[in-house]
Each structure stands twice: as C-alpha cells, then as structure tokens.
Design a protein around this ligand. Sequence first.
Ligand code: 5AD
Length: 375
Amino acid sequence: MQKYTDSDKNIQKAAPCRLIDKLKENRTLTKDDWVRLITGRTPELAEYLFTLAREERHLYYGHDIYIRGLIEFTNYCRNDCLYCGIRKSNTHAARYRLTEDDILSCCRTGYELGFRTFVLQGGEDGYYTDEKMLRLIRQIKKQHPDCALTLSIGEKSYDSYRQYFEAGADRYLLRHETYNVLHYSRLHPPSLTAAKRQECLWRLKEIGYQVGTGFMVGSPYQTAEHLAEDMLFIKELNPQMVGIGPFIVHHDTPFKDQTSGTLELTLFMLGLLRLMLPKVLLPATTALGTIASNGRELGILAGANVVMPNLSPTSVRKDYSLYDNKICTGDEAAECRKSLESRMETIGYRIVTARGDSLNLSERKHLNLGGYNNV
Ligand code: 5AD
C-alpha cells in the first residue's frame, strides 16, 4: 500500500484549487476536470472560488447591480415540463393573463422606480399570437425608448423570433435546462427535445439578440457529468447572460417527492460561471432567494451581478407559481425595489438605474444547427 507523507496530502488537497487557477487562466476546463472540480468541492475551495469570482466581476462591473423588472404576463402553458408548477396538466393552477394595458402599466410603474429593462415572461400561451406580441413590443419600445426589452416566452419559429427582434425586442431568455439528451428527456415530455431547445438558442444569437440561457441546479437525476456538459455548452454558446437557480419542488407536479437543489451547489456553479465567462451577466435568481432568506445576497457574493424583482400586479403574483414558496409574492413593486436596495447595500453593492447591457459580446455569429445533437 502506498504511503502518503504530509506534504503529499497537501498536494492532494490543493488539486481542486489548481483546477480553479486553471479555469481562471484558460477560461474553460475539460469535461473530466469540470467533474473533478464539482465533485471535489469543499467549503474552503468555494471561498477561494468566490474571492476570484468577485475580483472578476469587480473588474468589469464594479459594485453595480443591474435590476430587471420581471412581468409574468401569462401562466397558461401548452407544455408539460415535469418540474414546473404551471405545466399544462396542473389543473390546480389558477390561470391568468395580463392585458396589454396591465402590462404597459407595469412598465410605467417600473420606469418610475428606475427600471430600464423589462422582461416579459410567460408560459407558452397561444393566446398571445405573434400579432399581439408585436403590438405589445412596439408599444413598450415606443413608450420607453431608453429601455431594453427582454422576452422569455419559450420556443418559437425563426420567423417569429426575427419579427419580435425587428419590432424592437433586444434580448431573449431561454434556459437550455440541461444539455444532456437523456437527462433532458427525463425532465420534459416527448414533445420537447434538447436539440430543439439548443437550436432555438443558436437561432436567437444569429438574429442578433442578447441571449440568456441557463439551467436548474439539483434537478432530478442530475449528475456532475451533466453539469460539466452544461458548462461546456455555455462556453460554446457564449451567451450574454446565464440564469441558474436551484430546482425547487412543486407539490402539484410529478416531481413532488423529489429533493430540491441546494444553495451550496448553486453558489458554487455561479462562481464557476463567473470565472468561465468573466463579462457575462449573472442573476441572483428568485429561486436562490427562495431556498435561503439571504440566497440572493450570497449569490452576489459568489459572482452574480443582476437581480430581477417582480413588477407583476400583486393580485396575480402568487399564481405564477413555478415552484413552492416563491418569494416576493406580496410585495408591491416599490417595496420590492426598496428592500432589495437595502439588502444590497448591506453587502456593499448598489442597485443602478441603467439598461445594464452585457459586456460579453458575441464575436461569432454563424448558424450552428448541426453540432448539438448530443446522443
Ligand atoms: N424549480 C426551479 N426552477 C424552475 N423553473 C421551472 N420550474 C422550476 C422549479 N420547480 C425554471 C426553469 C425555467 C424558468 C423560467 O424557471 O428553468 O426555464
């Protein structure tokens, strides 16, 4: 049997630390290294990672926190994702749609509160035809020409994406959820595929959107290999924003008896993302704030630089229930902004009134539709 001396042990202990240095130097790792780093993480290693991640974000974004006004305008959805509380099969969900006037009024309130980005998020709801969406996009951009408009309304045809962009939409959020084909198929109905999802993302980039993707941490059946593949995919896509949050159980879904993801792993993944793509926009998500009361602050301290408070009318907030115990369901928009402001000040950061465009610019703009069928 091989004997280790004390100094050997130190070398062994330092190995994951060296992987972090390697990540910082090369801005990527091999799949094996990603797995080693993720599985070999310790609290000390995480602290080291977060220190480097904060250095990177301070270099590019200082201590500024960008805010996005989230408007959850419909919780009707034609999809049946197994993890999601607003899945089609959930007959217990109280469905709602905001009218164009409701949405414009959310934007006006948001504008007065200093929001310069609005995110229209909703389920895949056929009621909002392209015609309705285009009208809405034009209205918002006409009333708030100095604001960025982000869409987060799922998978659409190339033509629809292009028309929304031409009407004035600036950004699009579409999480890839998980890169691995098999894992994707265990989280989604057969009508949705990993390949289609990834194809949408490449198309959005091609059209010229600032694109955000992301995944859930600790979703059912997820392994370190899956997370490694997510990191490699994100590196390749090189998006402007990456939204990650813990998977959280929703009691009215097939995953009701599964275990939620952890704060600890989500923070670690945030730190890794910051080191891999130093200029990317990283939100400390609502899901992160839901699994721990100081989750969003810890997210910022792990490298995140965006928060997305809810601007939806309080009357419908509780119904946009993707997972259990979602926070901020009662706060008025103004309270939300105020409370966030003081939370961020406590940890030495400040919310700014700015569009907050990503510094992570795309250097490649070609359609890559063939390379992402990872069987
Ligand atoms: N827990 C955490 N995140 C969820 N999402 C949907 N359902 C859940 C859940 N149960 C995330 C998905 C989706 C985004 C809008 O919300 O990643 O892309």
